[in-house]
Design a protein around this ligand. Sequence first.
Ligand SMILES: [Zn+2]
Length: 173
Amino acid sequence: MSTDEALGALREAFAESLEAGHRWWRRAEAQADSATLARWAAAALTAMGPDDGISWGMRACDVLRRHGGASEIEPLRAARPGLPARKALRDWRLEADRALAVIEARAAGRCTCEAEARHGAPVAGPRWQVEGEAVDRAAYAIIHEVRCVPCGRRYRVERQEGYHYPVFRWAKL
Ligand SMILES: [Zn+2]
């Protein structure tokens, strides 16, 4: 499938429903290689228009962050200033900044954990090994001690629930 064909199919899926859009990406991730997925996601972000919702952009950022490499750095940098702002509690475009930082680290041959930490990534998935957990009741926070599985670096992460969405503050241990 060419990038244009993929984008057309993705548009049809998102026009049907958000769930269909997410299903399209899940199926793509099961079938296509990382380079192809990253190219499609960069194209989706570049083509994002006034009618596309936050989910369109956030999902593209998510795929880019996990699959993107050196060839996506320039397209992402170029797309970032034109990404549409959307009314939401948290600016979704921060996910584009996170994706760019992670891709830059990957392209430079560094572990991506510091970029993830700097951009307040959630502690989720097999990439982080949670070694300790404590509750700070006064701060309405959960303190995680996590290890980056690929490189072994350890972090203390404060998960703050006092907002409308969880906020993760990372510090190196
Ligand atoms: Zn790491």
